[in-house]
Write a protein of this length. Structure first.
Length: 386
């Protein structure tokens, strides 16, 4: 079968792109390997920028999410063992919030329910892409659904989100920087209320973040060298909470409970394309960032917005041609490169204890807190990209 646009990957970025295209009345086939309701149970927390809220408003799903999303009204940034700190506030940008925290499951449910109302989107759940290729005329996707193999030809195939189908695609190569660090993620309850404040704490082992999630709980992201995180994973809950309190400090009183702990390796990667037409890659499939600044998912949503605009600006006869794809890539270059460089800079500068550097970092945080134009510029970049 030949279809106008195929999106491989029905995670939040791919699903958002499908809704953006549906608003233009464009027919889309969306392939998602999981069953329809599988993603609903996933409790993993996502950090949304204020700009990402605007995107979700645009596709008509924010109202369904507002009650389950926890606002981040301020962010406290500090370094263990120093007095330097910075405080970022929504009021600095005259916004009601800097961002929001919500679960992957809640977002997936809202997006999929909206997609069910779109007659121009053919949602294929349980459809696992097995093979993807492209040539000068079209791209081809072969997928399996209910033990049946189906082949789709399209002038434009979009690989979204995880990108597990990338390895054998000609013209796509990935540049990867391994940090040798892992991220530990969990949920913790603190003695004191969070007041919609998030915390970014830089320690000698690596950065850790607490994101308000619900009325009293925080989503925890604690990064460090692989061996160090392995030790944290092996601790009892009581010993883990003691170790965490030692690194974080007394701002929230004692930490009372910790949920299930999970870990995953950290890396910085970016996809490189050469002579590729009729195929475009967005979201985590295109770039993977360290979670220190919470930018990865938000950059992916901005990919979807920019690609939808590029598609709208050309005729169906030009879908996926070199001019259209070069226009899209050019529109995303500054934002993507800026996000990659910014997160890599934070990891390098705050995970290094060269003599004199901790004192310099402390002074830098204190100085950043009082230079309002620089602070506003950073907040706008984190909220809306370049």
């Amino acid at each position: 079968m030949t279809v106008p646009i195929v999106i491989v990957g029905g995670g939040p970025v791919g699903a958002t792109l499908a809704l953006l295209l549906a608003q233009q009345g464009l027919p889309v086939s969306l392939l998602e390997a999981r069953k329809l309701t599988d993603a609903y149970q996933e409790s993993r927390a996502l950090a949304l920028s204020f700009g990402s809220r605007r995107v979700l408003e645009k596709v008509g799903v924010w109202d369904a999410l507002a009650n389950s999303a926890t606002a981040i009204n301020s962010i406290h940034v500090s370094q263990k063992g120093s007095l330097g700190r910075s405080w970022l506030q929504a009021a600095d940008l005259q916004q009601e919030a800097l961002g929001y925290v919500l679960s992957y499951g809640d977002l997936s449910r809202a997006l999929y329910q909206a997609l069910q109302q779109q007659t121009s989107v053919n949602c294929l759940f349980g459809a696992s892409a097995e093979y993807i290729e492209h040539n000068a005329e079209q791209a081809t996707v072969r997928y399996t659904q209910l033990a049946k193999e189906v082949t789709l030809n399209s002038p434009l195939v979009v690989l979204a989100d995880g990108g597990r189908s990338l390895n054998a695609v000609a013209g796509l190569t990935r540049e990867t920087k391994e940090y040798g660090h892992d991220a530990l993620i969990s949920m913790v309850d603190a003695e004191l209320a969070h007041g919609n404040m998030a915390f970014e704490r830089f320690t000698e082992h690596g950065p850790l973040a607490l994101l308000p999630n619900g009325k009293t709980a925080f989503s925890l992201v604690w990064t460090g060298k692989t061996d160090y995180v392995a030790q944290l994973m092996a601790l009892s809950d009581a010993d883990f909470l003691k170790a965490f309190h030692q690194q974080f400090g007394d701002r929230l009183g004692q930490f009372l409970t910790v949920g299930k702990r999970m870990r995953f390796p950290l890396k910085l990667s970016q996809l490189k394309t050469k002579d590729v037409v009729h195929l475009v890659v967005i979201g985590n499939a295109a770039q993977t960032m360290h979670p220190v600044a919470g930018q990865g998912f938000n950059v992916g949503l901005r990919d979807a917005v920019a690609l939808a605009a590029s598609i709208a600006a050309c005729s169906p006869a030009n879908y996926g041609d070199s001019t259209m794809l070069q226009t899209y890539q050019s529109s995303r270059q500054a934002d993507t490169k800026g996000g990659l460089l910014f997160t890599d800079f934070l990891v390098n500068i705050f995970s290094n204890d060269i003599l004199g550097l901790p004192a310099l970092r402390s002074s830098g945080l204190a100085l950043f807190d009082v230079i309002k134009p620089i602070k506003r510029h950073l907040l706008r970049k984190m909220s809306f990209g370049k």
